[in-house]
Design a protein around this ligand. Structure first.
Ligand SMILES: [Zn+2]
Length: 247
């Protein structure tokens, strides 16, 4: 299969995911893709970009040419790996397949779940509860039922190529950054002990040329309880972007 064919497969799969999300969850959902074959692009990303475009930026080269290939009894299989913290999860963790496209599809699900989370206004924790929930929906419907049961995970060794994502600790960094500012937002230091979600509304009210106002952070916990911080003057937003403030 050449690159064009691989891209075509991936795009068709993405289109199917979009239709699935639109018809079952949110008809305003949209996602575009950039299939990047540059060998220097090591990691894929998904999110809402600065221009407002929902996009997955896929690192095709490492997936297709380098990593995750394992030989067992002369049979080449592909090892789809996830972040260590949930790699062993039955639903959203690693798997083996003899179908390269399947590993790309799983990665597309991973990145589309990031876009979906952003679309819904949650952004704080990259691989937190909200992302996992959406990723699991996509995996359960579009990946896991298509695993070849003949390729038993137990039969294969872990890949000898152990690729550690450069920002494997991304979640932790984000949490730490937030926790360091908890006092400022008037929230308890243990605010992130359980999964919290930031409400989109915080960002809707902060913008360029906005006359400075006091804002407060509202966290919505997974159990539905709301936690409201102390009002504070905005000098940067929770997405770490500076906003022009006119006082
Ligand atoms: Zn991710």
């Amino acid at each position: 299969m050449n690159r064009k064919e691989i891209e075509k497969n991936c795009q068709q799969f993405l289109d199917a995911l979009i239709i699935f999300i639109q018809s079952n969850h949110d008809d305003t959902f949209m996602c575009y893709a950039n299939w990047d074959w540059n060998p220097s692009r090591a990691r894929s990303r998904g999110g809402i970009y600065k221009n407002g475009k929902p996009l997955i930026n896929m690192a095709m080269y490492p997936k297709v040419y380098e990593a995750y290939q394992v030989y067992r009894n002369d049979k080449l299989v592909f090892h789809y790996r996830e972040y260590t913290s949930f790699n062993d999860d039955q639903m959203i963790g690693q798997f083996y397949t003899d179908n390269l496209i399947m590993t790309l599809k799983a990665l597309i699900c991973h990145e589309v779940a990031h876009v979906w989370v952003r679309h819904d206004g949650y952004s704080m924790i990259a691989h937190g509860f909200n992302w996992k929930k959406r990723y699991a929906i996509l995996r359960e419907k579009h990946i896991n039922p298509y695993h070849d049961p003949a390729i038993n995970t137990q039969l294969y060794h872990k890949s000898s190529i152990d690729i550690k994502a450069p920002d494997e600790d991304e979640d932790k960094k984000q949490r730490d950054a937030f926790l360091a500012n908890c006092g400022k937002y008037g929230l308890p230091q243990d605010a992130l002990d359980s999964e919290f979600m930031f409400k989109k509304v915080i960002h809707r009210v902060v913008g360029w040329n906005t006359r400075a106002r006091k804002y407060y952070v509202i966290l919505k916990r997974e159990d539905g309880k709301m936690l409201t911080g102390e009002p504070y003057w905005v000098d940067f937003c929770l997405r770490n972007k500076n906003h022009a403030i006119h006082t």
